[in-house]
Design a binder for this molecule. Structure first.
Ligand SMILES: *Cc1c(COP(=O)(O)O)cnc(C)c1O
Length: 433
């Protein structure tokens, strides 16, 4: 028995929990947007680890930075000052958000959101009701996804995410996304924050509307609520702006109080972060919002390790140096324009924000097909599987959307190659009886 090298595919089901519905491919090696499985089959990977690989796979600058740091120092704990955190936080504040603030480093998106939820609770204690009792209600929206930890799962307004795990964390109030009247009605004297994704990712690339974003801003000002943005999927340049919300309303008209990130930030090395705005708690209260989580209030053993920060620094350096944000915007528009020009009946809508593109499928048309019905699969998974078989990895999002989340440094030729596979596969599906 060779403990390290022996392997049997059956071990995956025998020893690993069944909580994921996995496609049966075994990725082995990647390079840029390409992925190879153990049988040698080559794929164009537009799933990108679900929006995690903005530079594609095995980017030499990221790989070298990780290797060099691993040989120097992997981990020390947050009892000490970590140079990479200072450097990475400065980049996030000065070059990504471009609004004064401070950052915390976590290991994942859910943990980054936990931090924002804790900030809201702390804010509610510091700015309580007239009788001194804390405000604690956080409004979140249908179709949202904030992660799988207890707080983040409870914030997620989807029964399929938190069903069966009750009682969930109290204090979350769910409101239909983009419904201004419903939002206004849901605000009570106990409300302390509004949390949302500028582009909902998991439920199918559904953007907040500019009107709704302005309603959120006005409500936050009127009722002294924190505006918390979950940019775990849409942040850091993917949508064609360094911040997702600026793809909806450019410039500084919208000024969130806190923003969470993960996914793209470390090219796949576990890293997350959240930023808090540098502002006074109130006109007559000079305490800073960004200092509210003081010593002992929040923490993590691994978050922001020297190794994670090295991965993050290398990733953001390439995104900013090569202006991949602009590249993302241009290529996203081209891709969406091209697919729209095919006028395929199987595609009923295209929602493109840079390299975050949702193709909504004509579910009714697809479900008329014998083969689709017989498969027992929902439309998005059926189509993702057909794409996979044809050599293009995409991600299902909700029942009828497939997402493209390609690397932001994709070339025109690589985009054309993917478009070729996408079109041929959809045409084949259209011809099914
Ligand atoms: C993926 C995702 C999360 C959860 O991130 P994890 O790293 O899986 O914990 C939270 N919010 C959004 C918008 C996401 O897309």
């Amino acid at each position: 028995m060779d403990r390290i090298n022996d392997f049997e595919p059956a071990w995956m089901d025998q020893y690993v929990m069944p909580n994921y519905g996995r496609f049966q491919i075994w990725p082995e090696r990647g390079e840029g947007p390409y992925l190879w499985d153990t049988s040698g089959k080559k794929y164009l990977d537009f799933a990108g680890g679900v929006a995690v690989c903005p530079l594609g796979h095995a980017h030499p600058e990221v790989a070298d930075a990780i290797a060099a740091q691993a040989h120097k120092l992997i981990h020390v704990s947050n009892w000490y000052c970590i140079k990479g955190q200072a450097q990475l936080a400065r980049i996030l504040v000065e070059e990504i958000v471009r609004i004064p603030g401070k950052c915390f480093f976590s290991n994942s998106g859910a943990e980054a959101n936990e931090g924002m939820i804790k900030l809201a609770r702390k804010y509610g204690v510091n700015k309580p009701l007239a009788d001194g009792s804390p405000r604690y209600e956080i409004i979140t929206f249908t179709g949202s996804f904030h992660g799988r930890t207890f707080g983040a799962m409870s914030a997620t307004a989807q029964e399929k995410i938190h069903g069966g795990f009750g009682p969930i964390v109290p204090g979350f109030v769910y409101v239909p996304f983009n419904d201004a009247e419903a939002l206004k009605k849901a605000i009570t004297e106990k409300t302390v924050a509004i949390l949302f994704e500028p582009m909902q990712g998991e439920s199918g690339v559904n953007p907040v509307t500019p009107d709704f974003l302005r309603t959120v801003k006005a409500s936050c000002e009127k009722h002294d609520l924190l505006m918390l943005l979950d940019e775990v999927q849409c942040g850091l340049g993917r949508t064609g702006e360094t911040c997702g919300w600026r793809s909806i309303i450019p410039g500084d008209e919208i000024q969130p109080d806190a923003i969470s990130w993960a996914k793209s930030i470390g090219s796949g090395f576990p890293l997350g972060s959240f930023w808090i705005k540098d502002r006074d708690l109130a006109e007559n209260d000079a305490r800073k919002l960004c200092d509210l989580l003081g010593p002992g209030t929040h923490g993590t053993t691994y978050g922001g390790s020297p190794l994670a920060c090295a991965a993050g620094l290398a990733t953001l350096n390439v995104i900013l140096r090569d202006d991949l944000t602009a590249r993302s915007a241009t290529l996203g528009r081209q891709i969406a324009g091209e697919v729209a020009s095919w006028k395929l009946p199987l595609i009923s809508d295209i929602r493109a924000f840079g390299m975050m593109i949702g193709f909504e499928l004509n579910e009714d048309l697809l479900m008329e097909k014998e083969d689709v019905k017989a498969s027992g699969k929902i439309a998005s998974i059926y189509v993702a599987k057909a794409m996979l078989d044809a050599g293009l990895l995409v991600v299902p999002a909700g029942p009828k959307v497939v997402r493209w989340l390609p690397p932001m440094n994709l070339t025109d030729a690589q985009a054309a190659e993917a478009l070729g596979i996408f079109k041929a596969t959809l045409e084949n599906l259209a011809e099914l009886a």
